[in-house]
Design a protein around this ligand. Structure first.
Ligand code: DOR
Ligand code: ZN
Length: 486
């Protein structure tokens, strides 16, 4: 990371902005200091009287500043599903919510499985997004030959759907997954995995349907914990063998936690996210009026699973929090037959308030919130230093929050096109007041204040690849010059 150097002469020139008197939160502590920002970067942090002259000064007295949240799991639906969301509405929701970078999932129409479809999505995102963005490429059975070009085009990582969900992308065979990991291990990019076992969930779903079950809990019954636990362990087995870096998205089950420990201890390059949904909501709530809106994959489980998941998020077993922001049109979300309802609901706008509420409730420290919303995602996906931390040289991606401000969450207030809230009426304490992306204010007091198109593609800068068992890869065993023994 290059730190911008300013000569003595230049220092007399005013910088773009000084944010004065806030409390700066990083993963390693909270300090009271001012922040000077110039040309998109943080150029000084310190006592206010030591700050350079600035064209604009904003007082943050009484407020806290966190590194802008990085949500590694959103579905902004463009191209292909404008009824649900697009880059303008999705990124507006992010900005208002204190999220300065999002990673968009590839289950769009077309799926992001080739250079061409990557460029199509990049064009839409560039012209409309107000926040920075990473774009996932798809790891599918049919596109193993495209992974390298997707990586070169700037994919933040790859997404593997082991379990089915919106878009009905087919789950690749284990053979294709293993070969995909071999390729990704050499590229060094992280693969985010929807870890559910497809054959089991379809088998159970079909039998439940045949038995006439279409109630809300049938969805949970089809995807009971072993569906997630098995897929997690299979993915980790392949990752250990190949040296691929993996990330388990939306960990929903407390039963996975001992296995996460096991694989991390064995040295698998594994990171894990959970979602506010699994911490705050429960299958029991699905039995209430309108509870079918909580249908998502993997399912929201019994309330008894919440406490172990909170503990794992606090102690680092789970590395980070994301949202699986999955908007749908309202008419797709409600009805009496659970199998007909769209899976998922919006989340990017409520992430930071829900995590700050966890601070108010003494479930998490403020520093831990900075870690799980920003530093850990930045580290896992090769952005740390530039993003994920408030320090000199980093992008000025900042979420200014008022820890004392209370609000009531409501679907009506969401900037997402998916006007459905799983948190309707819930009180939160701790709300984003201003959001800055590379030094520009993009949201203030719940409104967007930047032009569409300010957001930029972020490319990963990963550590050197560490592939393993290279003599047994598909490439090796098909190479006539090699004599494979594996
Ligand atoms: O419920 C879900 N909805 N889970 C996913 O994994 C994907 C998402 C979507 O795209 O709608
Ligand atoms: Zn998702």
């Amino acid at each position: 990371m290059q730190v911008p150097v300013r000569s003595a002469e230049l220092q007399l020139q005013p910088v773009d902005m000084v944010l004065s008197g806030g409390r700066i939160v990083n993963e390693d502590g909270v300090i009271e200091a001012s922040i000077a920002v110039d040309r998109g970067h943080i150029v000084a942090i310190g006592e206010d009287r030591l700050m350079p002259p600035a064209r604009e000064r904003i007082s943050l007295a009484g407020l806290h500043v966190l590194p802008g949240a990085i949500d590694v799991h959103v579905h902004f639906r463009e191209p292909g599903m404008p009824r649900k969301e697009d880059w303008a509405t999705g990124s507006a929701a992010a900005a208002v919510g204190g999220v300065t970078t999002v990673f968009d999932m590839p289950n769009t129409v077309p799926p992001t499985d080739s250079l061409e479809s990557f460029q199509l999505k990049l064009g839409a995102a560039k012209s409309k997004s107000v926040v920075d963005f990473g774009l996932y490429g798809l790891l599918g059975e049919h596109n193993l030959g495209n992974l390298e070009e997707l990586a070169k085009a700037g994919a933040i990582g790859f997404k593997l759907f082991l379990g089915n969900t919106t878009g009905d992308l087919p789950c690749p065979s284990d053979g294709a997954v293993l070969e995909g990991f071999e390729i990704l291990a050499e590229l060094g990019l992280r693969c985010s995995i929807h870890a559910e076992n497809s054959p089991i969930l379809f088998w159970r779903q079909n039998k439940l349907k045949a038995a006439g079950r279409n109630d809300v809990l049938a969805h949970l019954a089809a995807r009971t914990d072993v569906v997630a636990v098995e897929a997690l362990n299979r993915a980790c087995t392949f990752a250990e063998w190949t040296g691929a870096r993996i990330h388990i998205v939306h960990e929903s089950s407390a039963r996975s936690l001992p296995f996460i420990h096991f694989w991390k201890e064995r040295g698998v390059d594994l990171t894990v996210e959970t979602l506010p949904q699994y911490l705050y909501l429960s299958a029991e709530m699905m039995l209430e009026l309108g509870g079918e809106v909580l249908r998502m994959n993997p399912p929201i489980r019994e309330a008894a699973q919440q406490a172990p998941l909170w503990a794992a998020l606090a102690d680092g077993t789970i590395d980070m929090i994301a949202t699986d922001h999955a908007p749908h049109a309202i008419d797709e979300k409600y009805g009496s037959n659970i199998w007909d309802l769209a899976c998922g609901f919006p989340g990017v706008e409520t992430l930071v308030p829900l995590m700050l509420t966890a601070v108010a409730d003494r479930r998490l420290s403020l520093e831990r919130v900075a870690t799980i919303t920003s530093a850990a995602p930045a580290r896992a996906f090769g952005l740390y230093g530039r993003k994920g931390v408030i320090r000199v040289g980093a992008d000025a991606d900042l979420a200014v929050v008022d820890l004392n401000k209370q609000a009531t969450l409501s679907a009506k207030a969401l900037h997402s096109r998916g006007k459905v809230s799983a948190y309707e009426g819930r009180e939160v304490k701790g709300v984003p007041i201003m959001t800055f992306v590379r030094g520009r204010m993009v949201a203030k007091d719940g409104e967007i204040v930047a032009e569409k198109g300010w957001g930029q593609l972020v490319r990963p800068n990963m550590a050197s690849p560490a592939p393993r068992n290279l003599n047994t890869t598909m490439k090796a065993i098909l190479d006539p010059d090699q004599r494979p023994w594996g």
